[in-house]
Structure formats: structure tokens, C-alpha cells
Design a binder for this molecule. Structure first.
Ligand SMILES: *[C@@H]1O[C@H](CO)[C@@H](O)[C@H](O)[C@H]1NC(C)=O
Ligand SMILES: *[C@@H]1O[C@H](CO)[C@@H](O)[C@H](O)[C@H]1NC(C)=O
Ligand SMILES: *[C@@H]1O[C@H](CO)[C@@H](O)[C@H](O)[C@H]1NC(C)=O
Ligand SMILES: *[C@@H]1O[C@H](CO)[C@@H](O)[C@H](O)[C@H]1NC(C)=O
Ligand SMILES: *[C@@H]1O[C@H](CO)[C@@H](O)[C@H](O)[C@H]1NC(C)=O
Length: 480
């Protein structure tokens, strides 16, 4: 599988009340704070993140140790540990590509300090994992230098690159191995006085643009359109612990030139996790199937996912995701953000059926039978999102694709409200409107009429959607 789903699996564990790791120094005020020459006067740091389509994620270049060793690491909002692949890990030493994004050799760093041997153990929902030691060393990202960041050293791992988890510390792997938390990257940046509040903003930008950025400690008001609206992060069930950036999705509408359909689940507001470490988005089966029916995507067992012709990226129509009730923010996601190339190599084609000969692309919205449901990069690119870990709030706005302007506003102080954001202004209704009873989706025709099909072809396509025609995909192409 080319995409990875990096929602860490640690939440399910029953954990003792987290305490601070004895080995970690929290009291930063006693420490001499070294400021980077690149540090901005306004206490924010911006790092360009690159969309590595082959790996399925956003990567940042960081420097670890002294002298600095450069690594390209995946940014993940759904896990909380930063870890680097050890230069001696077997995945890095063997294979054709090894760890081409960089490895870390502790013996070559003068500032390396072992923190806890064998206590770093993380696994992600796609069953990838990384195990080894916790260590502390110098860590530089976007011109910000954290003098002594605690990180994992991936000595046994099946992932050939490191991750930078920027989620809540309660989700750190150390909690299950040592029963304690440590200041991870966003917390350490605040402790070392680099940023004022534990918060950052993510601008993933257009699917075609390849780069976006993460801004620690502030909001770039030139990167979004319309109001930036605050909504609450939802704590875990039966507790007040915040572990993931879970928010309440209260409406989903499909609009095309032929009309608008309400596709909301009958089960009421849906908790969805905003996860920049996951390539696609995952909704409950009933909602996902309606969405597929709108756009002409079909689930293919051979791929294990819903696919559609790549040419559908030019089709008109958009999905409107509403959060936190009718007065809450809404984000439009157009078809060109929802049609994603399968791999870097030669794309496969539909071998038969109405889409015969057309290139196969994966659809940006897939189905899950149970939660957690995820809004990954296929949703997040259309939004500018501020993650405020002090106040447990998210602020969200429609992204300004390809904006070249910058107007950065830092958080004023620790715990200060998200700058330039307004509150959603209404409580969440207890239930979402029910699914439309009719099986006729009036927007579907408009969604699928984008490439000038004649009526005959339209009929064929609808035929496919009813599931009568099974499209065979040539197996040879699958192995790409
Ligand atoms: C949530 O927090 C409570 C109180 O702080 C604690 O007792 C409980 O163990 C925590 N649960 C988890 C899953 O961390
Ligand atoms: C860095 O952090 C480690 C682990 O918390 C600690 O043992 C060490 O003393 C710290 N070093 C400095 C220079 O602060
Ligand atoms: C953004 O830039 C990319 C690359 O230059 C381009 O392909 C894309 O169409 C642009 N998107 C918008 C919405 O202008
Ligand atoms: C979504 O797109 C429609 C059509 O362009 C527009 O009228 C509406 O204001 C958009 N909504 C948001 C929240 O951007
Ligand atoms: C997704 O939908 C397909 C087609 O209905 C089904 O075969 C598959 O089991 C579903 N997957 C999940 C995880 O629900």
C-alpha cells in the first residue's frame, strides 16, 4: 500500500494517570535559551513541507544532533513522538533504497544523550512500527532550534524514514512503556521560548502545488479566505483527555450543476479526526457510498478501495463539510482535490466496463466500518487549520490555494486565544438531518457530466453505479 495511515494506536490502551518522565527536564526557565540566528522577532517559525506523493504524506527537512545530520521526516498530527531511523537499522542498511531520506548516527553527534533504553515503541494503524531507545539531542526545524528534544531512535522499524508527531503529549509512546510524558516538539518549542503558545497552523495547499507549510506559534492570515472559525476539539469518550484532533462533523452536502444533496449520516454528528499524516479520508460506509454514487466512483476489491477515472478530476461539483452545527464553519472540497494518483509509476487502466481504457485513480473519500473516522490530506488541503493544544480548539477556514502573500500573527502568550479567529457561535445540534429517503441523488448527474459525455455514456455510467457491471482490472497492472 502506498498510503499510510499514521493514527497511532496507543489511545486504546488503558493507561495510568500520566506523570512527567523523571528523565525529562520540564523546568526550562533554568536553562540558558539559545536562540537561532533565524529566529523571528515575532515568535513564529515556518517550515516548508513537501507533498511526497510516492510516500503519501507531507515531509519536512530537519537537522538532528551536532554537527547537524539532515533528515527528511513525515509530519503527523495524529501521533506525538518524533523519531529518526537509526543509521544501523536493518531497513536502512539493506534493500535497494535503504533510508534515502536520511538516517541518524548517534555516535557522530557530540550532543547526543541517551534517555531511556528500549523504551521507544510505537505502532501505527497500518501495522507499521518503530522500536528502540529514547534519546535527547539538538533538533532544528524551520530555523527553530530546540536544544534538547526527546526523540525516539528507530532501531527496529519497517518504515524507512522518521516521523515528527506533533499531537498531544498524552498520546506519546512513552506513556505505555514508562507511564510518563515528555515535552514533544510543540511543547519543547514553547518551553524553550521559541513560540508563545503550544499551537501551529497547517497549510497543505493544492494537490498540484506539492508544497505547503507548517507555522509554529502563529497564524498566517494571508493563507485563507473568509472567516477563520474556532471549534472545540472533542475529548475521548468517557474521559476529559484530549488525545487526537477530533472534531464534530455535522453536515455533508454534495453540490453540482444539477443540484444539491444532503449526505449526512442518520447517526447524528460524526466525530472525525483531522489527520495530516493520512493521505485519504475515511467516512462511515453509508456516507462514503453516497459520495461514491455522486461522483461515479466504485469500490474495486482488487484495489481494496473506491476508484474512479483520473479524468474525473476535471468534473464540476464540490462537497461541503460543515462542522459544529449550522452556524459552524464549512469547507468546500472540489473534485480536483479528490482524485489522487495511485502510484508514482505507470498508472493502471480500467480493463473493461464503461470506464474501459481510462486511467485508474483512487478516490479521496473511502469507507471505514468503524471509527475513528478520518479527514486526511484529501480534505485538509482545502482548509487552513490552526491546532491550539493549550485551549483544545481548532480554527478552520477555506484555504487560499497558491497564496504567495504572508501576514503572520503570533499567539500573544501561552494560552492566548487563536489570533484572528472567531467562535462558531452555536452549540452542536443533537442530531444531523437524516439521510434523504429517496435513492435518487440529484447532484450525481452534474458531478458526472464533466467530460462532455453523451446521454448514452451517461446511462452506461449509471448502470455501473448500480453495481450490475463489475469492472475487471488487469491484475498485471495491480502490482505496480
Ligand atoms: C484520562 O484522564 C483521567 C484523569 O486525568 C485518568 O484517570 C485516565 O486514566 C485518563 N485516561 C486515559 C485513557 O488516558
Ligand atoms: C537533555 O534531556 C535529557 C533527557 O531529558 C536530560 O537527561 C539531559 O540532562 C538534558 N540535557 C541538557 C543539556 O539539558
Ligand atoms: C496551484 O499551483 C499549481 C502548480 O503551479 C497549479 O497546478 C494549480 O492549478 C494551482 N491551483 C489553483 C487553485 O490555482
Ligand atoms: C462553497 O462554494 C459555493 C459555490 O462556489 C459558494 O457559494 C459557497 O459560499 C462556498 N462555501 C464556502 C464555505 O466556501
Ligand atoms: C467498503 O465498501 C466495500 C464495498 O461495499 C466493502 O466491500 C468493504 O468491506 C467496505 N470496507 C469497509 C472497511 O467497510
Amino acid at each position: 500500500m502506498e498510503w499510510r495511515c499514521y493514527l497511532a494506536m496507543l489511545v486504546a490502551l488503558v493507561l495510568p494517570r500520566p506523570s512527567r518522565c523523571q528523565v525529562v527536564q520540564w523546568d526550562i526557565s533554568k536553562r540558558v535559551v539559545h536562540r537561532s540566528l533565524h529566529a523571528r522577532a515575532d515568535n513564529t517559525f515556518e517550515e516548508i513541507i513537501t507533498n511526497e506523493k510516492g510516500q503519501g504524506g507531507y515531509f519536512a527537512t530537519v537537522t538532528v544532533g551536532s554537527p547537524g545530520q539532515d533528515l527528511v521526516m513525515q509530519l503527523d498530527t495524529a501521533s506525538s513522538d518524533a523519531w529518526v531511523p537509526y543509521s544501523g537499522a536493518s531497513i536502512c542498511e539493506s534493500g535497494t533504497n535503504g533510508c534515502s531520506m536520511g538516517t541518524f548516527d548517534p555516535h557522530s553527534s557530540d550532543t547526543f544523550k541517551e534517555v531511556a533504553r528500549d523504551k521507544f515503541e510505537i505502532s501505527y494503524v497500518d501495522s507499521s512500527y518503530s522500536n528502540g531507545d529514547y534519546f535527547a539531542d539538538r533538533f532544528e526545524i524551520g530555523g527553530a532550534v530546540v536544544q534538547n528534544l526527546t526523540m525516539g531512535l528507530g532501531m527496529k522499524t519497517n518504515i524507512p524514514y522518521g516521523l515528527v508527531g506533533v499531537g498531544y503529549t498524552v498520546n506519546e509512546a512513552s506513556l505505555s512503556t514508562m507511564g510518563c510524558e515528555y515535552p514533544n516538539l510543540p511543547v519543547a518549542m514553547q518551553h524553550e521560548g521559541l513560540i508563545n503558545s503550544i499551537a501551529y497552523s497547517l497549510w497543505l495547499n493544492d494537490l498540484d502545488a506539492n508544497t505547503g507549510n507548517i507555522l509554529f506559534g502563529g497564524v498566517d492570515t494571508a493563507k485563507y479566505i473568509g472567516p477563520l472559525t474556532k471549534i472545540d476539539v472533542i475529548p475521548d469518550d468517557d474521559s476529559e483527555n484530549y488525545t487526537h484532533f477530533s472534531v464534530s462533523l455535522t453536515s455533508l452536502e454534495a453540490t453540482s450543476p444539477s443540484g444539491t444533496d444532503v449526505l449526512t449520516s442518520p447517526d447524528g454528528p460524526l466525530n472525525v479526526v483531522l489527520d495530516a499524516g493520512t493521505t485519504l479520508s475515511y467516512l462511515p460506509h453509508d456516507m462514503a457510498s453516497k459520495v461514491w454514487e455522486e461522483v461515479g466512483a466504485e469500490y474495486q476489491g482488487a484495489f481494496g478501495m473506491a476508484v474512479l477515472p483520473c479524468s474525473h478530476d476535471a468534473h464540476p461539483g464540490y462537497f461541503s463539510f460543515g462542522f459544529a452545527g449550522s452556524q459552524g464553519p464549512r469547507i468546500n472540497v472540489t473534485m480536483d482535490e479528490l482524485v489522487v494518483d495511485l502510484t508514482n509509476g505507470e498508472p493502471p487502466t480500467f480493463a473493461s466496463g464503461p470506464y474501459e481504457g481510462e486511467l485508474v485513480c483512487e478516490f479521496g473519500i473511502q469507507n471505514y466500518s468503524t471509527g475513528p473516522y478520518i479527514l486526511g490530506d484529501t480534505f485538509l488541503r482545502s482548509a487552513y487549520v490552526v491546532y491550539d493544544l493549550e485551549n483544545n480548539e481548532i480554527a478552520i477556514a477555506a484555504t487560499d490555494f497558491n497564496s504567495t502573500d504572508t501576514k503572520i500573527v503570533p499567539f500573544r502568550s501561552k494560552g492566548a486565544p487563536i489570533p484572528s479567529a472567531t467562535a462558531a457561535g452555536e452549540h452542536i445540534e443533537s442530531a444531523m438531518p437524516p439521510l434523504p429517503t429517496t435513492s435518487t441523488l440529484i447532484a450525481a448527474e452534474g458531478f458526472q457530466d464533466g467530460d462532455g459525455l453523451d446521454d448514452g455514456a451517461m446511462t452506461l455510467r449509471k448502470f455501473t453505479l448500480t453495481g450490475i457491471v463489475t469492472v475487471a482490472i488487469s491484475v498485471m497492472l495491480l502490482s505496480t
